[in-house]
Write a protein that binds this ligand. Structure first.
Ligand code: ADP
Ligand code: MG
Length: 576
């Protein structure tokens, strides 16, 4: 029932449209029901009068018919046009909400969920919901009106015949409901399988460069074929179920006509029914059974829409783990002092990735993290902008607990340069401006100059308006990295995180970029992760992170004197 109310909510902004939709559905039902009624009137009243009455009466009835059908046409037109538009509007609203939710979900959700599946929910699930949203109420309403209306009018003609039809209708409905149960699981399976197709497609397209470099097209094709075949299988199962469903409905129609004719004949023979009444009654059978068929067919649409909506609700209800707490404050003007106090962290339940990390960086100073891969350096960095929340301990910026300030203001004060750089589809200018969307052209150029990329940009035919290609494929690694540095210059945060920013680059690009990074770090509090130790010798403090803990700490000179892991690393890199 909860789900039902959630669904109704989406009709609220379209109350008026929805109301007219139902009025139009009523009109259609009235017209459909009036046709046999007019015939009934003609056979019972007109035909007992003289020829003149018959002629004028028939002309009147014909005129009424034309008017009624004109009204029916207009109403049907309204239902089809505006009903669908209403459905599309609801779909669009749900898509917007879902997108917003996707944006809000924390990193931990993305760690566990497949983006292909998420896309599939955004597109195909929602379309089914929209179809249901439109056709649902109106079809059900129209069907019920016609069934009840026809049943009453038939009862006025003959009670026995109506009772027989009623029993057949009950049989037909229970058949429908039975089949319905079967279909529900099949449609859920359909959804999952199409999401599988989407996810496999998305994965291999996103990784197309890796695929080709390993010449693994055939393997990818084979993998795709598996999910594609599974989808076909699932679809086949649904059409099999639908076949017996729809054909089964036909049997009941035949059964109805047969019983009415047989019993009607008996009644006529015994003078309990007029032949004209039987004819009019037979006309009602169609009107009576059509909507039942419609209801039965509607169950398919209902199942699809319902499963889609359940999936929608499931995501909408996923808790957002990291969000502003109530009365979170703006972090205000940040000086840049950072304190980690006994910080422990686990991505999954028990497995601690960080244990008791404590350190302090004064405003404007630099701390360096070094150590073997997998030690937890990146994780330490991710906790500061609250990509994940600490499991134990606290983190402070300027002595304010980062959990007490708004996420937006916290993240505004931190700039991150990582090893992998993401470029959005668009121009160089828009990619730099991502750091501060309201920046002027002048600011963007200044940032590009600071990042040592301005000269390259203006050497391109389209300059700042050059397209970077999807994910920046038209740029070299070093160029992308410099653009990402320009972004951070533009953002101008007080705190800087450099997580292996130059690791993916060749020596020459590295040296070039190191200059910009040094300039970027100037006067900002900086956490730098580097495996090339040359870049961090001047850090105010160096932490060696190994096996999830700080194992050594001090300045370069102190650590060298200490003669531990750091000193060994250093000698390995410089005095082989
Ligand atoms: P480093 O940056 O020092 O190489 P990381 O902080 O990336 O190390 O990783 C520390 C540990 O946390 C590793 O064992 C890694 O497998 C694990 N880890 C990293 N990211 C995730 C994640 N998103 N989900 C689960 N475990 C993770
Ligand atoms: Mg790392």
């Amino acid at each position: 029932m909860g789900i039902f109310y959630r669904f109704i909510e989406f009709y609220k902004p379209h109350k008026r449209l929805f109301f007219f939709d139902l009025i139009c559905a009523t009109m259609v039902a009235v017209v459909d029901l009036s046709f046999p009624q007019l015939l009934y009137y003609a056979t019972h009243t007109l035909f007992v009068g003289g020829n003149d009455t018959i002629i004028t009466g028939c002309i009147y009835i014909a005129i009424i018919m034309v008017v009624l059908y004109a009204v029916r046409y207009a109403c049907q037109h309204y239902i089809t046009t505006w009903g669908h538009i209403m459905g599309a509007r609801m779909e669009s609203e749900m898509r917007r909400l879902l997108f917003k939710k996707y944006q809000a979900l924390s990193f931990s959700y993305y760690d566990k969920n497949n983006t292909g599946v998420m896309m599939s929910k955004l597109v195909s699930d929602l379309f089914d919901i929209s179809e249901l949203a439109h056709h649902g109420p109106e079809n059900v309403f129209l069907a019920i009106l016609e069934i009840v209306g026809a049943f009453i009018l038939m009862g006025m003609i003959n009670v026995q015949l109506s009772a027989v039809l009623f029993i057949i209708m009950l049989l037909m409905l229970s058949f429908g409901i039975m089949q319905n149960r079967k279909m529900k699981n099949i449609f859920l399976d359909n959804r999952k399988k199409i999401a599988g197709v989407n996810s496999s497609l998305q994965d291999s397209l996103a990784g197309i460069r890796v695929v080709k470099s390993f010449a693994n097209e055939a393997i990818e094709h084979a993998k795709f074929k598996v999910s594609n075949d599974e989808f076909l299988e699932s679809k086949t199962a649904s059409y099999m179920a639908m076949g017996s469903f729809v054909a089964g409905g036909g049997i009941f129609v035949g059964l109805s006509y047969m019983s009415v004719l047989a019993i009607g004949g008996y009644l006529i023979a015994h003078n309990l029914l007029k032949p004209t009444d039987l004819a009019v009654f037979a006309l009602y059978i169609g009107i009576f059974l059509n909507p039942i068929n419609m209801l039965v067919n509607f169950t398919e649409q209902f199942q699809k829409g319902y499963t889609g909506f359940c999936r929608f609700v499931e995501i909408m209800d996923t808790p957002i783990l990291i969000k502003d707490k109530e009365n979170a404050i703006d972090i205000g003007n940040v000086k840049g002092k950072i304190t980690y106090e006994n910080v422990s962290f686990a991505y999954e339940d028990e497995q601690k990735v960080l244990k008791n990390i404590s350190f302090n960086v004064d405003a404007g100073k630099t701390i360096a993290l070094v150590g073997p891969s997998g030690g937890g350096k990146t994780t330490i960095c991710s906790l500061l902008p609250r990509f994940y929340d600490v499991t134990d301990g606290n983190i402070y910026i300027d002595d304010k607990n980062i959990k007490d300030v708004t996420l937006a203001s916290l993240r505004d004060s931190i700039g991150i340069v990582q090893q992998d750089v993401y470029m959005f589809n668009g121009t160089i200018k828009s990619n730099i401006a991502y750091g501060r969307p309201d920046a002027s052209d002048e600011d963007i150029i200044t940032a590009a100059k600071q990042a040592n990329i301005h000269d390259f940009i203006i050497s391109l035919p389209d300059g700042y308006d050059s397209l970077v290609g999807e994910r920046g494929t038209r740029l070299s690694g070093g160029q992308k990295q410099r653009l990402s540095i320009a972004r951070v210059f533009l953002k101008n945060p007080r705190i800087l995180i450099l997580d292996e920013a130059t690791s993916a680059l060749d020596n020459e690009s590295e040296r070039f970029i190191q200059q910009s990074l040094d300039m970027l770090a100037k006067d900002r509090t900086t956490i730098v992760v580097a495996h090339r130790l040359s870049t961090i010798q001047n850090a105010d403090e160096i932490l060696v992170i190994r096996h999830n803990q700080i194992t050594e700490r001090g300045s370069h000179a102190e650590l060298m004197e200490n003669n531990g892991l750091y000193a060994r690393y250093y000698r390995m890199q410089f005095h082989k």
